[in-house]
Design a protein around this ligand. Structure first.
Ligand SMILES: Cc1cc2nc3c(=O)[nH]c(=O)nc-3n(C[C@H](O)[C@H](O)[C@H](O)COP(=O)(O)OP(=O)(O)OC[C@H]3O[C@@H](n4cnc5c(N)ncnc54)[C@H](O)[C@@H]3O)c2cc1C
Length: 460
């Protein structure tokens, strides 16, 4: 208790870190408020399946308040946090209608995750959407499906080839999973659905600045993934960076020099940076952020000089842990336990210890790589391990069973993608969005002749 009121815990973000912190506070003598700018907890590892039309978003994004309905000491608020005032112990946010909210806290947990990083080229966001939210995944799906529709309408072979060229930038797990899905759509799922266009003619490229796909994985798994993607018809360009972009093309620089690839679909899976709230915290406690914008925290996930403020997940740097789900989950649970123990009068806090549970990625149906506890598997076995773990970590039996059923229907029994709905308006939006963005861009960002012109100018 603080004075005559219960201890107030405010948790910013209901993702992996935030939600696990809230749940670990179930027995605490506290009132817990989780504030998120969405009303759901998103299972990001399966977002690419929404983009591919396999899963509907509801199965991987349950409403936060339904997840927390049995936890009587918690509540969820839909608001956008814009200020963390550590001196006055206040969180300032804005409701969807613009109304200001001030939340007073005794303990604060910040778990606001990360967002895309275009490496200093924020203007590329309009030409190469990334995937972090349900909305992003829907847009990517609309874009991919609209491209096939446009290819069916196009009569000029050059234009059709442009609509059928898909470029995924970044060959980490997200890029690999996404490019695999585009290849399966083009080569296995869609061919019999189209009449004028042969979708198997689609050109699908994966660009990676490093010298291998899945850079953090073991070399054997990287080689397997590379071979498998090539078998699926993906052209892989390693040691290759995007250097310019417009609404119809991407210019790349690789071992063979510069080339402009005409492609109407470009998807960004190359980089992330921490939520801007990480910098806001760092400035107030006079500490640095790293290159990815992450704030350094103490070994117990608190901020220097503020034992009542914790930060976890993708927005923090601690023991060089990667920005994946397990560190966020484990840190969130740990912080919830620490606050609960403190409120029960136990101040002895063990530092956070990470248990590495391995990593995995799917390449396509029946093809995945997994590396856990020293065991490395590929293919079918990897796929089963991947599917088991991902279903296990979904929230609620309804979502788990729904996902298994939808997978069986989409992948095993019908080889179809059941969630492919787009409207004329959505397709129009996708076709014109990047074009309008290109027209809006400053002349220096969009030289005459598009990216090709930009590349020529850079060379000259
Ligand atoms: C496409 C994709 C695929 C991935 N695949 C894998 C995978 O296969 N395996 C794996 O381990 N990891 C994967 N990851 C990474 C993993 O999802 C993240 O590491 C994890 O979600 C981090 O948890 P977090 O709690 O730090 O952030 P998040 O889970 O991102 O949660 C942050 C929350 O904060 C909210 N928020 C942000 N800013 C504000 C604000 N100002 N006000 C209010 N709310 C705010 C957001 O809405 C969000 O709900 C993937 C990520 C992506 C994007």
């Amino acid at each position: 208790m603080t004075g005559d009121r219960r201890h107030q815990v405010v948790v910013v973000g209901g993702g992996f870190g935030g939600l696990n912190a809230v749940r670990a506070l179930a027995e605490a003598d506290a009132e817990v408020t989780v504030v998120d700018r969405t009303n759901h907890h998103l299972f990001q590892p399966l977002l690419y399946q929404v983009a591919a039309g396999i899963l509907p978003p509801g199965l991987i994004a349950p409403a936060l308040r339904s997840v927390l309905k049995e936890q009587r000491n918690s509540r969820a608020l839909l608001a956008d946090v814009h200020e963390l005032d550590l001196a006055n112990r206040l969180v300032r946010a804005q409701g969807p209608d613009g109304r200001p909210l001030e939340l007073r806290y005794d303990s604060l947990v910040v778990a606001a995750g990360a967002t895309h990083s275009y490496f200093g080229h924020d203007e590329w966001a309009a030409f190469a959407p990334g995937m972090k939210t349900v909305e992003d995944a829907r847009l990517v799906r609309d874009h991919i499906l609209s491209a096939f529709e446009m290819a069916e309408l196009a009569t000029d072979p050059r234009e059709r080839a442009e609509w059928l060229t898909f470029v995924v930038i970044g060959a980490g797990p997200t890029g690999v999973e996404l490019v695999g899905q585009v290849a399966e759509l083009a080569h296995d799922v869609l061919p019999r659905d189209y009449r004028s266009v042969d979708t198997t003619e689609a050109r699908i490229l994966l660009l990676e600045g490093a010298t291998a796909v899945l850079p953090p994985f073991h070399p054997r798994l990287r080689r397997w993934t590379h071979r498998r993607l090539e078998q699926m018809g993906v052209q892989i360009r390693l040691d290759t960076m995007a250097v310019a972009m417009d609404d119809e093309s991407v210019t790349v620089r690789g071992p063979a020099g510069e080339e402009t690839i005409r492609a109407r679909t470009r998807i960004w899976a190359a980089g992330v940076r921490a939520s801007p709230l990480a910098r806001m915290l760092a400035e107030q406690v006079d500490t640095e952020t790293d290159r990815a914008g992450r704030v350094a925290v103490n070994p117990d996930c608190t901020l220097p000089g503020h034992p009542e403020v914790f930060a976890v997940g993708d927005m923090v740097s601690l023991h060089e842990l990667p920005g994946v789900a397990q560190p966020a989950i484990q840190e969130g649970k740990y912080v919830g336990r620490v606050i609960t123990a403190r409120l029960a009068g136990d101040e002895r806090v063990e530092p956070f210890r990470y248990v590495d549970r391995g990593s995995m990625a799917t390449i396509g149906y029946r093809a995945a790589v997994a590396d856990a506890f020293g065991v490395r598997v590929t293919g079918w076995v990897g796929y089963l391990a991947w599917a088991f773990i991902h279903v296990l970590y979904l929230i609620g039996w309804g979502n788990r069973l729904g996902t298994l059923y939808t997978w069986a229907r989409a992948l095993v029994f019908s080889n179809n993608r059941g969630h492919r709905i787009i409207t004329f308006e959505e397709a129009t939006d996708q076709c014109l969005h990047a074009q309008r963005a290109g027209q809006r861009a400053a002349p220096s960002l969009r030289p005459a002749g598009g990216a090709a012109g930009a590349a020529r100018r850079q060379k000259g």
